[in-house]
Design a protein around this ligand. Structure first.
Ligand code: GLN
Length: 457
């Protein structure tokens, strides 16, 4: 299937940056043997999976969609990948992404964009467009994504797949090349809510190698998904977030499908009310200070000295380390990455810290408090995942602010560390493209997003 539809940077879906057919086949044979002996390694033994190219994999390249890491093969597995291998899931390969996970369209990949399987002239979302497209195009039944500001949920919405951002710290970040440490979270990308629950239970749990990993056990997600799928949502209080209920920039077809899903929840016995989270409207502003601050610091390690790309400045006999660093970072990083390094270093500069980073942190606290107050009234909060369906390739590439604005519904959950799911809610009338329905729950209550998600699906 990958050979039939994936193509390359110029044509086809281009979900994969690297396919490991031989390795996957070897893992599949070992899985066959285990299952024949009646000793499967897990309930997903033998089910192949695609992994976003931001998770380290021993023996397989990990580029993060950047020229900076072209050809780099990590010497260790991320904890998520180690768990997948131990559970017997053959790893099909590494999926395309916006460079260092910065973007909402996968167009910022240094290796060419991924295309939406529903319409190859449209974006598959981002930054994890490769994982979502691989699942949507039936190239892989399961995939791993990472969600720092929506990069699992928004691609899920625009490709008609299911994507889950677990509670912050619920899935290990060890071996996830950090974009923004306080926001990053790996999670499942699948075709059904139940598949996500199965995968999430497998990759979740405490990891001593990640100091921000939480010690609480993963809730019973599969049970919750089954409960929801059977239509059992009676007694659940569902809050519609007033601030994400439409207005300028919201596509009518997205809102129509959202309303229908709400009606279905009411019919199934849920109580639906509207809840205001007034500070959510500042989430994008806060995020685009906090995220660049963290990533400018994280990306300092690409100094051309330890690993990664090294470019020698032309015409200089014995260049200084700084000159090599400058030439390498100039050649290795794309425009979006440079934009965020400049933003982040500026916001953290002495004299500006309080005015920008400090203010953003205060907003982050206010947004968290809005959620805490809302969850005193309701069990889950819901909204459309993204304001529009998949836009055309190139449409927002020269307009970073327009690109950022599409994340308004997904970013708040990352700032607050709470879990969220995007489930397919049908196709918009205008363009026949998939619409996503988002469910958010309090930290550690990931089971609730599965229950409600499965009921909507
Ligand atoms: N669109 C977000 C950004 O550009 C997505 C980040 C993410 O979740 N990796 O920062």
């Amino acid at each position: 299937r990958i050979a039939a539809v994936d193509g390359d940077a110029d044509a086809g879906v281009h979900a994969f940056l690297h396919v490991d057919a031989e390795g996957a086949l070897e893992q599949a044979r070992a899985s066959d043997a285990r299952r024949a002996a009646g000793e499967p390694a897990s309930y997903l033994d033998g089910v192949p999976i695609a992994v976003k190219d931001v998770m380290t994999t021993t023996g397989l390249p990990t580029t993060c969609g950047s020229k900076m890491l072209e050809g780099w093969v990590p010497p260790y597995d991320s904890t998520v990948v180690a768990k997948l291998k131990a559970a017997g899931l053959p790893i099909l390969g590494k999926t395309n992404m916006d460079e260092f996970a910065m973007g909402s369209s996968t167009e910022h990949s240094a290796y060419g964009p991924t295309r939406n399987p529903w319409d190859l002239t449209r974006i598959p979302g981002g930054s994890g467009g490769g994982s979502a497209a691989a699942v949507a195009a039936f190239e892989a039944p399961l995939a791993i994504g990472t969600d720092t500001g929506g990069s699992i949920r928004q691609p899920g919405a625009v490709t008609g797949t299911v994507g889950v951002k677990p509670t912050y710290g619920g899935v290990s970040r060890h071996g996830l090349v950090a974009l923004a440490n306080s926001l990053d979270q790996a999670g499942p990308v699948t075709r059904t809510v139940l598949d996500s629950a199965l995968l999430h239970e497998l990759i979740g749990g405490h990891d001593p190698l990640d100091s921000t990993s939480i010690s609480e056990a993963v809730p019973a997600l599969v049970d919750a998904a089954r409960q929801g799928a059977s239509g059992d949502v009676s007694g659940l209080r569902v809050g519609v977030i007033t601030e994400l209920r439409g207005g300028e920039g919201w596509q009518p077809g997205v809102l129509a499908r959202f309303d229908e899903a709400l009606e279905a929840l009411v019919a199934a016995g849920a109580e639906v009310v509207e809840v205001s989270c007034p500070n959510i409207v500042h989430a994008i502003a806060a995020y685009y200070l906090i995220l660049p601050a963290e990533c400018s610091s994280n990306l300092a390690k690409f100094d051309a000295m330890r690993y990664g790309l090294r470019v020698l400045p032309e015409g200089v006999e014995s260049p200084s380390a700084e000159a090599v660093m400058r030439a390498s970072r100039d050649a290795g990083f794309g425009d979006e990455v440079k934009r965020r390094i400049i933003l982040g270093t500026y916001a953290l500069s002495s004299g500006y810290y309080d005015a920008y980073y400090g203010q953003a942190q205060k907003l982050r606290t206010l947004i968290s408090r809005d959620f805490t107050a809302a969850f005193e009234q309701v069990d889950v909060l819901v909204s459309p995942t993204a304001p529009t369906t998949a836009f055309a390739l190139g449409e927002k590439l020269d307009d970073p602010l327009a690109m950022y604005a599409g994340d308004l519904a997904t970013i708040p959950a990352n700032l607050a560390g709470i879990p969220g799911i995007s489930v397919p809610a049908g196709l918009a009338d205008e363009d026949g493209l998939p619409v996503g329905f988002q469910v958010l729950a309090p930290a550690l209550a990931d089971d609730r997003v599965y229950r409600v998600g499965a009921a909507v699906e």
